[in-house]
Design a protein around this ligand. Structure first.
Ligand code: NAD
Length: 499
């Protein structure tokens, strides 16, 4: 059995520790095992990071950026192989796997401009003969703990900025699809990153806890489900670390009566069912305003959903592939049953779907619910599968309240031709990322990504200048160069003012 190992300086592999199965979601078979690391594995990685980081921090930012330029070229040159590898463990279709890699690469492009982003602030003559300047300095060693659903993009969100800022980085990827992170670390080495600057420590809760408790790790960036995000946030902060922890989501799409319904249906089907709904910025709840809008939308959605092509992840015609594993498939099917039991109307039932020749694969057909209400558990919780729920709202104010009062606040979209309604919605909705006629409003790399409420713990977003702030600390220097005259000694005993 192939073993997917750590990327730790000096680690030769072959250990006999715990392992976890990595599946081929298309066939349902185990295709490899991933090593599950221990605190001792982390210790070796931290030692290597500590040895490498001061030299990297002292390397001028332009040279650090050049490594990022080369890394970008290498990832582009390896795009096909990376996308196939990603798709073979995750199950998303190849074109979508390329999107996963590309959106991460855009953060690397941002990191290529790090010399500009790291420039500090300076005030000449802040007092008599006094100048003040601030520098953005690396934290030392940072760690990233990432989810299964974007095994390329989310690691790059984190290490692209952290490493360009002069930190060493330890990546703990999801144990469900750990191979692409390993390849990214190898390509960073090939691009010229010194050994020890990007290492991959494989594992599960045991490794996460070791990271959270390790005194030499200054900052932890986490993306995953909300309960674990909250746990990581609490434990990391308790240990004195800087922590950003992004959690789950339940994004709503509000459809106003004046929206172009054909456009909405095209946008919604991609946003709800793309990547089998395993996206934190998927749009699994649609809120038509008024029954007329709801009935018309439902009528158009049914044939579109029934015509979706579910296939193996290498099928170029397929709109989406299998779920990541059998446990997650069973969980999603369980949520569909909960919806039925709660009294929602199951209009299209995706359970029991079988792909000929791939009967053991983790496939689920698309499902559509109508007349879902806010009191239902299946509305309140994240399903994270190919399931779209219609929640009918009588008016704009009700539609605005639904995402605003939901426990999650990652993304939201409004579909309308009315600029005033859109502007009002964007200003008032209690959600972190808003799309106006844009179903998946993931901000571009030089802006920043982050939800609100239980979708994110901590107060700094991912990537863009927010990422630079997260991965650096500010040192402020107040300087005076006396000309040899004796100062006013009396003033030495009171708090200095610039008056
Ligand atoms: P997950 O929470 O199961 O796992 C995320 C990471 O936490 C993995 O590296 C995993 O090994 C680790 N982990 C799992 N259980 C743990 C435990 N008990 N203690 C400590 N660490 C543990 O999430 P997932 O299923 O891999 O990813 C899907 C979730 O991530 C969804 O909820 C999705 O909405 C969310 N997500 C959020 C964003 C965002 O930016 N807000 C982006 C992508 C995914």
């Amino acid at each position: 059995m192939r073993v997917i190992d750590h990327v730790i300086v000096g680690h030769s592999g072959g250990g006999a520790g715990r392992r976890s199965d990595v599946f081929d979601p298309n066939s349902g078979a185990v295709q490899a095992q991933v090593a599950l690391g221990t605190a001792a594995d982390l210790e070796r990685a931290v030692a290597a990071a500590q040895a490498a980081q001061p030299g990297w921090a002292a390397t001028n930012p332009q040279r650090r950026a050049r490594v990022m330029f080369r890394f970008k070229e290498l990832v582009e040159a390896n795009m096909d192989a990376l996308a196939h590898l990603l798709s073979s463990e995750h199950g998303k279709v190849i074109a979508d796997a390329k999107g996963d890699i590309q959106r991460g690469l855009e953060v690397i492009e941002f990191a290529c401009g790090i010399p500009h982003a790291l420039k500090g602030e300076y005030t000449q003559g802040a007092g008599p003969g006094i100048d003040v300047y601030s520098m953005r300095m690396p934290l030392g060693i940072g760690a990233g703990i990432t989810p299964f659903n974007f095994p390329a993009m989310i690691p790059m969100w984190m290490f692209g900025v952290a490493i360009a800022c002069g930190n060493a980085f330890l990546l703990k990827p999801s144990e469900r699809d750990p191979s692409v992170p390993v390849r990214l670390a190898e390509l960073m080495l090939e691009a010229g990153a010194p050994e020890g600057i990007l290492q991959v420590v494989q594992g599960d809760k045991e490794m996460v806890d070791a990271i959270l408790d390790h005194p030499a790790i200054s900052a932890v960036s986490f993306v995953g489900s909300s309960d674990i995000a909250h746990y990581v946030y609490r434990r990391g902060v308790e240990a004195g670390k800087r922590v950003q922890a992004m959690g789950g989501a339940k994004n709503h799409g509000i459809v106003m009566p004046d929206a172009d319904l054909d456009q909405v249906v095209a946008d919604l089907s991609g946003a709800a069912f793309g990547s089998a709904g395993e996206r934190c910025m998927a749009l699994p709840v649609v809120v038509p305003v008024g029954d007329k809008t709801a009935d018309a939308l439902r009528e158009k959605l049914i044939p579109t959903i029934e015509a979706l092509r579910v296939g193996v992840s290498t099928d170029a015609e397929a709109q989406y592939g299998p779920m990541v594993n059998a446990a997650h498939k069973a969980r999603v099917e369980g949520w569909i049953q909960t919806g039925v039991d709660e009294g929602a109307e199951l209009v299209v039932d995706g359970r029991g779907f079988q792909l000929q020749g791939h009967e053991q694969g983790f496939f689920i057909g698309p499902s559509l619910f109508d007349r879902v209400t806010p009191a239902m558990k299946s509305y309140q919780e994240e399903i994270f599968g190919p399931v779209l729920q219609i929640v009918r709202a009588p008016d704009f104010e009700t539609a605005l309240r639904l995402p605003s009062e939901h426990q999650y606040g990652n993304g939201v979209a409004i579909f309308t031709r009315n600029g005033h309604a859109a502007r009002e919605f964007a200003a008032r909705v209690n959600v972190g990322m808003v799309g106006i006629n844009v179903p998946i409003p993931v901000p571009v790399a030089y802006h920043s990504f982050g939800g609100w409420k239980r979708s994110a713990f901590g107060d700094v977003n991912q990537h863009g200048m927010e990422g630079v702030r997260f991965w650096t600390k500010v040192k402020t220097v107040t300087q005076r160069w006396p000309d040899g005259g004796v100062g006013d000694a009396a003033n030495a005993f009171v708090i200095p003012t610039m008056g």
